[in-house]
Design a protein around this ligand. Structure first.
Ligand SMILES: [Zn+2]
Ligand SMILES: [Zn+2]
Length: 501
């Protein structure tokens, strides 16, 4: 017994010596694992929707299914022609059937089953972990320090977050850095939000949420509720096209032509004519094509905003509410999408520097039942900013408008289009007038570089040249929104004055 105790004591002493010895260096340090404490922080980039998907990706005859291959597009052409013939001959049923055929030719191979698993052997290209080291070519440019994460956009962000976790661990081992930064764009924000919910912020020094889809997209919510309406949208279509072209004064040839077509009633008549076909056949297109092709794609459900969610589930999963994938779709909605403000707040409280960047002053695509709103053409500014107050598109908040929440700073834009004070994080959310969804002009990169390489926490009041509201000017430069630029924003007024010549 005595002997046993002394052996135990000896073991304890030996073990504690080792512990002290190890504590001097790092507990994660081994001979093979490098540790780098330099300031060149690696950046993990999580891009938006759209990675290429392939049928039989591992085989020699791998075939692109997204984006659709030329062969698939060609095979859909006869059906498209029949759809056009249907419209030309007033045969609504022919239009509907042909449209469904054409869409299914392009979409069928992407489908997933009720468990959310791809029906066909489809996925992104076989994934290879990067092997280059940022230290070989260190510059102060985020693109030289980025490691791009790829994911299958059809799958749940929670499943992709698990893969992101492995990717981040790989980047840490490869570079020897214990801390990394994250930059995410569009749908990539849903994956990062899911990652933070699952794994927390440990080892994540900075995050830039760019053009985020994490609160959804109203046009997608509408579509998933089986709503599509283009009738009476001629002015909104004009507003959309001119704002996407960055032609807010509407002086170029396309804008003037579109305005003439609007004034003469041509566009309105055409849209109303097409709407007649859409209305009579949309039930068929929805049930035969959209619901089977997209319903089980959990990744696309992240695009449905909370206020559309329950109706969209009822519509898309009509008659099959027991589909197992619904659990995953609901889990993301309940625990990530609607808890996002708490997730980001906790991330910041635990020491991660965060910024959010959203575009505005571009109309949404005018296809839903509600009026067009401010967006980066795709995602609503209100959703990207998690709750900013945004003027109706084509109008201002009004000259007598008062900031809704008084925090001691000015959070209303000089162009009177946005009140950032009602957003979840007004001190770290930037707004870019005229910057469209996937646009990364050089100045925008410089702004992002400033964030990633700043020693201190960056807010909208840190740098005079980077205030809360910025604008892409005619030369593509990013400049602060100025008071004098207000007249630029009145698209319709300006166009009307030109048309009266
Ligand atoms: Zn280093
Ligand atoms: Zn404030």
């Amino acid at each position: 017994m005595k002997k046993a105790i002394s052996i135990l004591l000896t073991l304890c002493m030996v073990f504690s010596c080792f512990s002290i010895g190890f504590a001097d260096v790092d507990t994660t340090d081994t001979e093979t694992e490098k540790v780098c404490e330099c300031e060149n922080i690696p950046i993990v980039y999580v891009p938006g929707f759209g990675a290429g998907l392939y049928l039989n990706p591992e085989s020699d005859d791998r075939k692109a299914v997204y984006p659709p291959s030329a062969t698939d597009i060609i095979s859909a052409i006869p059906s498209l022609l029949f759809a056009i013939i249907g419209i030309a001959t007033g045969n609504e049923a022919l239009f509907g059937k042909a449209a469904v055929n054409a869409a299914n030719k392009l979409l069928a191979k992407l489908s997933c089953d009720d468990n959310g698993n791809p029906i066909y052997n489809t996925s992104i290209d076989p994934f290879e972990y990067p092997e280059y080291d940022i230290h070989q070519n260190v510059t102060n440019d985020i693109t030289d320090r980025s490691f791009d994460f790829e994911y299958d956009w059809r799958l749940s962000p929670l499943d992709n977050a698990d893969k992101l976790k492995d990717f981040i661990e790989h980047v840490k081992l490869l570079t020897g850095h214990r801390d990394i930064a994250i930059m995410c764009h569009s749908q990539g924000n849903t994956v990062v939000a899911a990652y933070l919910e699952e794994y927390g912020n440990e080892g994540v020094e900075k995050i830039a949420f760019l053009s985020p889809a994490y609160q959804g997209i109203s046009i997608l919510g509408s579509l998933y509720r089986k709503e599509a309406d283009i009738s009476g949208k001629a002015d909104e279509l004009l507003g959309f096209i001119t704002s996407v072209m960055g032609e807010s004064d509407g002086t170029n040839a396309v804008s003037v032509l579109l305005k003439i077509l609007n004034k003469t009633g041509f566009t309105g008549g055409l849209l109303n004519f097409l709407q007649k076909y859409l209305s009579s056949q949309f039930d068929l297109i929805f049930s035969e094509c959209l619901a089977p092709a997209f319903g089980n794609l959990a990744g696309t459900w992240t695009f449905v905003p909370d206020e559309y969610f329950n109706d969209a589930i009822d519509t898309m999963f009509e008659g099959r509410k027991d589909a197992p994938i619904l659990d995953k779709i609901r889990y993301y909605h309940d625990n990530v999408q609607i808890k996002l403000p708490e997730i980001i707040q906790e991330t910041m409280d635990n020491g991660t520097d965060v910024i959010i960047c959203a575009g505005y002053n571009i109309s949404t695509i005018p296809v839903s039942l509600t009026p067009a709103v401010h967006s980066d053409f795709l995602i609503d500014t209100e959703y990207m900013s998690i709750g900013a107050t945004v003027a109706p598109f084509g109008k201002t908040l009004g000259n007598s408008y008062k900031q809704a929440v008084d925090c001691g700073h000015d959070h209303v834009s000089d162009d009177m289009l946005v009140d950032a004070s009602t957003g979840a994080f007004p001190e770290i959310t930037w707004y870019f007038s005229g910057l469209s969804h996937s646009e990364f002009p050089e100045d925008y990169y410089i702004f992002l570089n400033t964030f990633f390489f700043a020693e201190e926490k960056m807010t909208v009041s840190t740098y005079e040249k980077y205030p809360q509201f910025m604008k892409k000017d005619k030369n593509g430069n990013i400049v602060p929104v100025g008071v004098t630029e207000e007249t630029d924003k009145d698209v319709f007024g300006f166009l009307s004055s030109i048309f009266s010549f």
